[in-house]
Design a protein around this ligand. Structure first.
Ligand SMILES: C[S@@+](CC[C@H](N)C(=O)[O-])C[C@H]1O[C@@H](n2cnc3c(N)ncnc32)[C@H](O)[C@@H]1O
Length: 213
């Protein structure tokens, strides 16, 4: 169970209830810096995709995108964004705990700012994300590090939800980690991710031979 909020669906529906896209309509900058990993025709899963800025951008690049989020209000906005851009995304409404995860399905799993997950939820979620990859499929994960608690420019206030390089190395050590970097940048992602930020990015590829499902 996610202990971040007593009712995450209601909390996020309320946050998304304005007309404005609170994380903006442009893709996450770090994700957009990895376009070479996201080639047309690839099957990709966008985890907790919110208002759709990342899934729609990937669909515009010619990828086949499945995307889900716990918030129906967020998914409605994501659908509207896809329509504006004239692209198809297979959106659905699910919490990570109840998503019908499939194994060996995706060329890429994209998880941008999914730090609603407490350590227990996160461990199960990371396992599902890895399992969803085809051999040679890649995970792209962006989040905040504990230093973000000083900046307070976005992200959860809970230390246990934030990522360190050691935490991600441990969680994804059974993949080939090709990038793992804590860094700082100034974000301008809507009203919610705004200002100097302590970030971390992980790119990890599933080996052809590996000992998990
Ligand atoms: C910080 S936002 C990031 C949204 C999107 N990935 C982006 O980068 O714009 C976190 C998202 O997680 C979703 N969320 C919260 N708890 C969730 C859960 N248990 N399962 C699935 N999505 C959840 C929220 O509705 C929200 O859209």
């Amino acid at each position: 169970m996610n202990k971040g909020f007593s009712n995450p669906r209601e909390t996020w529906d309320a946050r998304f209830s304005s007309d404005e896209y609170i994380f903006g309509t442009e893709p996450n900058v770090w994700l957009a810096q990895h376009t070479e990993l996201l080639q047309p025709g690839m099957r990709v899963l966008a985890v907790a995709d919110g208002e759709g800025r990342n899934s729609v951008w990937m669909a515009k690049r010619g990828l086949q995108v499945d995307a889900f989020d716990i918030s129906p209000v967020g998914v409605d906005k994501a659908k509207a964004l896809a329509q504006i851009h004239g692209v198809e995304v297979n959106f659905s409404i699910h919490g990570v705990e109840h998503y019908p995860w499939k194994a060996l399905e995706y060329d890429a799993v994209v998880a941008i700012f999914i730090q609603f997950a407490d350590p227990e939820t996160r461990a199960a979620l990371f396992k599902r994300m890895k399992s969803a990859l085809k051999p040679d499929g890649v995970i792209l994960l962006q989040g905040y590090t504990p230093k973000q608690l000083e900046y307070k420019t976005g992200g959860p206030p809970n230390l246990s939800h934030l990522y360190t390089e050691d935490l991600l190395r441990d969680a994804f050590g059974d993949l080939d980690i090709t990038e793992l970097r804590a860094y700082e940048d100034t974000l301008t992602e809507g009203t919610q991710h705004h200002g100097q930020s302590a970030l971390i990015g992980l790119v990890a590829r599933r080996p052809f031979a590996c000992n998990f499902q």
